[in-house]
Design a protein around this ligand. Sequence first.
Ligand code: ADP
Length: 201
Amino acid sequence: MFITVASYKGGVGKTTTAVHLAGYLQSLGPTLLIDGDPNRSASTWGARGSFPFQVVDETEGAYQARNFEHVVIDTQARPGVADFAALVKGCDLLIIPTVPASLDTDALILTLQAVPPEAANKYRVLLTKVPPPPEQDGPQLREALQRQGIPIFEAQIPRLKAFERAAAAGVLVQAVKNDDQAKRAWQGYENAGREIADGRK
Ligand code: ADP
């Protein structure tokens, strides 16, 4: 399975998503993470510690991909309407991490509404950095996306410090020590991973 993670803006947890979904898929079969983002944050993160899967750049990734059951691509591409279809064509699933409460939610919805129907069943929005209740940003964005018929993961990723700690330590979030939220942080991605795996059955 080829999964591409792309976002419309920086800092939304794109790399965090690619890394953790690769971690989940690795538990199902050999998984390769292709770091296609020029800032190389996934590679830097992995170099700090150790990931349970291999991380390579795009050039090597093109060659290596055939040896793996699953490939996750952390791409820098910011899909506009035109290249959205192309991006979707090149993978089995395009994941778009999105942070609630950003002012440009309306722009996102407009862009996604314009996605051609043949591409619509190959992408899904993943809500990331979702603030805890009673903040309503997460549920509000979910509802807005659903109202527009935009595909969205049931799973969502809570806003937790454990993710920053994971990046600093060079590990996946479930391996962060002395953080009682680390498990909950991982569960978000685990649930998203299950939805992906279930969708293929
Ligand atoms: P992007 O690839 O979209 O630029 P990153 O994955 O690099 O985003 O994340 C940007 C910053 O936000 C990093 O410091 C990362 O540790 C942090 N982060 C990512 N996901 C979460 C989350 N769910 N909760 C809190 N912080 C997060």
